[in-house]
Design a protein around this ligand. Structure first.
Ligand code: AMP
Length: 186
């Protein structure tokens, strides 16, 4: 089974993905985590993306598509992937569908975590204090939310038209959101 966790930054996608990994043995494919790892390792791709990420903008589609493609065999072996923070543009969504189709696979569910943007700012302010991610600072976070609304939210009809979209309340406790996700996945 392949699942996309969909929602703005700091909606709780990563938290829920990690729980699903622990409980279901799938793998989490977070392009944000992959890019941060590339920066930490001093990889060339990380150098190219760091300034864009620190400014809160999206990195080029071809970079994240290539990062995901490298992991698809591993995902297949694990019985499926939880895509977290990917796709973020229509070009990425179309590329993902093509890459999966070539493997005889597909996206089964897209779960949108619906959240209140004002409360997200509070959440991310706390994450910034705890983890110190440069792009969690409040000014950059506003840019990231704008990128989500302009470039990523328009993907919702793409998955809605495919009959794959489930919308759940992302503002509840971690346990409440987990229960709603489990109800969709069965
Ligand atoms: P995230 O951890 O998912 O919030 O991602 C952190 C940052 O990495 C984003 O603000 C973007 O700069 C970059 N990034 C992560 N995933 C993508 C993606 N699918 N497309 C473009 N940029 C991405």
């Amino acid at each position: 089974m392949n699942l996309i966790l969909f929602g703005p930054p700091a909606a709780g996608k990563g938290t829920q993905a990690k729980r699903l990994v622990a409980e279901r043995g799938m793998i989490q494919l977070s392009t944000g985590d992959m890019l941060r790892a590339a920066i930490a390792e001093g990889a060339e791709i990380g150098q190219r993306c760091k300034a864009i990420m620190d400014a809160g903008h999206l990195v080029p589609d071809n970079i994240v598509i290539a990062l995901i493609e490298l992991k698809l065999d591993e995902a297949e072996d694990a019985g499926g992937a939880i895509f977290d923070g990917f796709p973020r543009t229509l070009a990425q969504a179309e590329a993902l569908d093509e890459m999966l189709e070539r493997r005889g696979a597909r996206i089964d569910h897209v779960i949108r975590l619906k959240v209140d943007e004002d409360r997200l700012i509070e959440r991310v302010t706390k994450r910034f204090e705890d983890q110190g991610r440069p792009d969690d600072n409040p000014e950059t976070f506003v840019t990231r939310l704008a990128a989500y609304n302009a470039q990523t939210a328009p993907l919702l009809p793409y998955y809605g038209d495919q009959g794959k979209l489930a919308e759940i309340d992302g503002m509840g406790s971690v346990e409440a959101v987990a229960a709603e996700i489990d109800a969709v996945l069965g």
